[in-house]
Design a protein around this ligand. Sequence first.
Ligand code: DGY
Length: 323
Amino acid sequence: MNKPKVLISRRWPASVEAKLQQLYDVTLNHDDQPLSADQFRLALQNYDAVCPSVCDSLPADVLNVANKRCQILGNFGVGFNHIDIKAAQANKLIVTNTPGVLTESTADIAMTLLLMSARRGAEGDRLVRAGQWQGWCPTHMMSSDVTGTTLGLIGFGRIAQAMARKAHHGFGMKILYFKPTPADPAVVADLQAEACSSIEDVLSRSDFVSLHCPGGQATRHLINAERLSLMKTSAHLINTARGDVVDSQALIHALRNQQITGAGLDVYEGEPNIDPGFLDLENVSLLPHLGSATIKTRTAMGDKVLANLEAFFSGKPLPDRVV
Ligand code: DGY
């Protein structure tokens, strides 16, 4: 019997690519160049499974292509706001994702950004590299404390809770959160966390605000100029969720005018194109979407896609079906 034809849109960890080669008639992307919309249309017509990643855009006008062979989109990533889910459903395309395995590494990056922003880590690194450090002095690069301060979480899913554990048990931080539905009482008790009745409440009471909601139309510019104006002037905003949750122009304005003290960003509106307004600000720490970028996590993400493909092609229930 012929093996199913599978297309992988970008380079994946070598051990996962090797397994794919054993199991499928697979096309890998050796050059690691992003595929164009037309290449995706062609892939949907010629492969049984197409495996995009969070950097690929799959809008309706790609998914609606005629004469499709593809039945499943095995997404490498937990977020799926880059796939038009309604169009996937209308085209009878199954979509799977990779939840659970990137929780700790993404929470680690959120803590990294929190610490970098609080303690001016990126700015200090730039200063040393530029040969501008003139030695220790009592008032040099004073910054914000982390230990014992308040962390506010907008969204309280797996990654937010993992960050809260690190912050509360490691740094003695008080945890506030906003979640539209009730949180697990055991988790809340372990973290001695306090539920806030609104996003506004989290923003006005926190020293650090970290965003953990999904991307997409419903959360686009959730953090806008008005909401930024509610934050303490000493506060920092951390975004490891999705870029379009924050209105970049409003954040640049708030940072430039010291309306808030700092920000740490791993994700951007329209990434990888970053609003140039961020680049000349000292009080923003910028990472290139590294949340899940550890060898262990990326391998586990690839293995999750494999598990979903294997279940699909052997007619078993899919472990991580989105639609
Ligand atoms: C995801 O999987 O959605 C992450 O953003 C990738 O790090």
